[in-house]
Design a protein around this ligand. Sequence first.
Ligand SMILES: *Cc1c(COP(=O)(O)O)cnc(C)c1O
Length: 437
Amino acid sequence: MKRSESAGKAPMENLSERDSRHIWHPLTQHKHHPHALPIERASGAYLYDTSGKAYIDGISSWYTCIYGHCHPYITGRVAARMQQLDQVVFAGLTHQPAVSLAESLIEILPDNQEKVFFSDNGSTAVEVALKMALQYHFNQGRKKDLLLAFESGFHGDTFGALSVSGLSVYNGPFDGMALEVFRIPPPVEADPQQTLAQLGKWVDTGRVAAFIYEPLVQGAAAMKTHHPEGLDRILGFLRTRGVLLVADEVMTGFGKTGTCFASEQLRVKPDLICLSKALSAGLLPLAVTTCTQEVYDAFYADEVAKGFFHGHTYTANPLACEAALAALELYQSSEIQDGLKRVMESHREFAARMEGHPMVAEIRHIGAILALDIRIGAERYGDLRQQLYQRGLENGVYLRPLGRTLYTLPPYVISQEALGQIYSTMESLLDYCSGLG
Ligand SMILES: *Cc1c(COP(=O)(O)O)cnc(C)c1O
């Protein structure tokens, strides 16, 4: 008998052990991390483990649950919808949640966005955008096979998304097997002359199809911010040279940078936009790639083959669309808008207070995001990240430090008290590091 056949009867406390018997977790070296923490329920800004211990969800479960976990308005809407419609094929059929969601998104996205293509996670939203950009040129008889991206960008884990990502820990084993991508440094100045000169040379090859970028802040690169004016210069230059602009707002969408979309803070609007994560409030997987009429028109033709032949089985799942619709309504509410403002203001105060702290090398905040780099030598890293993670949990705060960076992006509904607990946990982690000498 396989051991797991008896596992159904095992008590809750054994969940971690049962987990490690058959489950292979994402982004995990199982030799270092044999056990996962079992979470039983979640509510508002809190996660609860199987022993009942509460943890503040300091990163909104990877930037999804900005309305808090299990928000009754969203769960209620989805529960009602699922009595009526579960899943239908989205090639040739349609439904109200998808239509209403597309209308609502077009209403709030930058003015030039006209069409919405559904998928189900951030990586596929990026795959769709890249394929659309490449085929946009192909359909018009131009062979363009080169993409531009930022160094240290992150756009997802599937092959195309991986190709444009610049984080070597993810890419190493697949070097040389990916799309051809040229990388530029994110702009640190208002007028990045050197970068523009380099871009000019690449664009002159006539091969550049599109530029993909995380606007204003690079999430996986430890919440690194860049210069908005510098980015605008780059975008403006590439636009004049016929390079499609793809804003990956999978992380930044829905208020993270203080405006609903980071692209709102830029003068030059993208041709394509990728959204996921908070789009469906962390309830169900959903993503969209949106584009301009001009992009869409390059596919609209008598020849069938000029269409966009890409689709996923769960495209525009009605329940995920319903969650997103309910979430969008909530986004406009004073509950969420006031919460977001409060989080932003608190971050500003905390950042000001921590400026000049001997253990803080740099502190950044933009919108609901706050990140600080610990002043500690690389030789001290070792398993520091894991120690910080564990100590956070012991303090009742779920954070996922990146290298020596501590960051938080809490649900906008978080209480002041819980937000204070995140800050004081960060301070205690700094104290701990200073004790390491
Ligand atoms: C998370 C993320 C992705 C990938 O989304 P998944 O849903 O994890 O595939 C892509 N781009 C950015 C900017 C992200 O933060």
